[in-house]
Design a protein around this ligand. Sequence first.
Ligand SMILES: N[C@@H](CCC(=O)N[C@@H](CS)C(=O)NCC(=O)O)C(=O)O
Ligand SMILES: *[C@@H]1O[C@H](CO)[C@@H](O)[C@H](O)[C@H]1NC(C)=O
Ligand SMILES: CC(=O)N[C@H]1CO[C@H](CO)[C@@H](O)[C@@H]1O
Length: 397
Amino acid sequence: MLILQRLSNLSRNLNSFKNIIQKCPKRNESFLSTSKSASTLKTVLKASLIGVSIGFPVGVVITTGYSWYINKEASKTYHLQGKVKEIEILEEKPPVTISRKVISPVDTTDLKLTLFQYQTCPFCCKVRVFLDYYGISYDIVEVDPVLRREISWSSYKKVPILLTQVESGYQPLNDSSMIISLIASHLRDRSQKINDLIEYYPSIAMHDDNQKLKYEIMNKYFLMYKDASLSVENTDNIIEERKWRKWADDVLVHTLSPNVYRTFDEAYQTFNWFSKVGKWEQYFPTWERLIMINVGATAMWMISKRLKKRHNLKDDVRQSLYDEINKWLHAIKIRGSTFMGGEKPNLSDLAVYGILKSIEGCSAFKDALDNTKLSTWYDAMVKEIETHSGSKYLTVK
Ligand SMILES: N[C@@H](CCC(=O)N[C@@H](CS)C(=O)NCC(=O)O)C(=O)O
Ligand SMILES: *[C@@H]1O[C@H](CO)[C@@H](O)[C@H](O)[C@H]1NC(C)=O
Ligand SMILES: CC(=O)N[C@H]1CO[C@H](CO)[C@@H](O)[C@@H]1O
């Protein structure tokens, strides 16, 4: 949902809209009305030559100045490059009310987990699907996407956050893909404790393409196989699984927003569905829920246009969604099996399913079912998750 983050971008968006609306028609008007007479044309040409000769250096100065400024800002943080973020651990459980408990009858792990989430955030859906598939019990805390008081104890400000009980206290885990890789590594070999595994997923400071300092979680798509020797065939499968997990986060997920907020009506319907399945009525006061729906729908509808451009979606955004889904289905077809993981789902099946599940109640999802062959794989996944079929493969220990 990224609501707040996008809301804060809203004013910037509005500004660029205003620029487009104000600039384009004016330019066309003046061109049409002056092209009739040769002398005015000459004047215009001369004026625009002057315009160009002034505009070009001004442009160069502005661009150089801007990148000088960006580099100057970046230079203040270059000494932080490569810095490893210290891992925070809590002594006490944060005082929050559990929204609901998911109790699995087949849970053989002794994991004590609390998931801080938005019900329809694709990254949170991914984590829930993973836990449900393996039949692991967990508590859920539904976070208010506007005020986010429920995660005020955390310096990491996104969801999902998975709070795990460990010997020395409560260990929060930050990112959906890291959470899944870490817990999956633990499930393969329970002698690898959460506290030990966390060392393999450090957050390291780096500068991105825009010279902005950010922390990147290392190895987030990697499982830790410690000492296990793997066959070449297994290695191939692992690489494929990793590739599609990354694709789910980097590509598939970006087709969602422009689709579910495509028109104002669709955005409004989408937020009403969020409210329903997120049980906003139950968890949040009415005024807060109405703000979330109305402001959210309006903002996202406007912002989705920009997201469409940023992620290079087609003008008909549905087509981009179908294209990506077809890419996925085609790759499974080539493998000649029900799932990417073969006869049983692997982590990439779980990730793609989780992400698509986050839009289940939107018309974009219905359209995707009608216009692609998604349903065969999707229905098979629904069954796997509902029956916690992954629990069969967990060794009791
Ligand atoms: N890479 C993170 C992304 C998580 C993320 O972007 N979460 C969104 C919700 S979908 C969020 O919490 N954004 C901040 C906000 O909404 O204020 C993950 O995979 O967990
Ligand atoms: C989660 O993020 C916070 C804030 O960036 C950081 O302090 C903490 O150590 C991170 N936790 C893990 C397990 O990486
Ligand atoms: C975690 C998991 O179940 N991974 C599986 C992914 O799929 C391959 C087969 O393609 C299996 O070998 C992995 O065990």
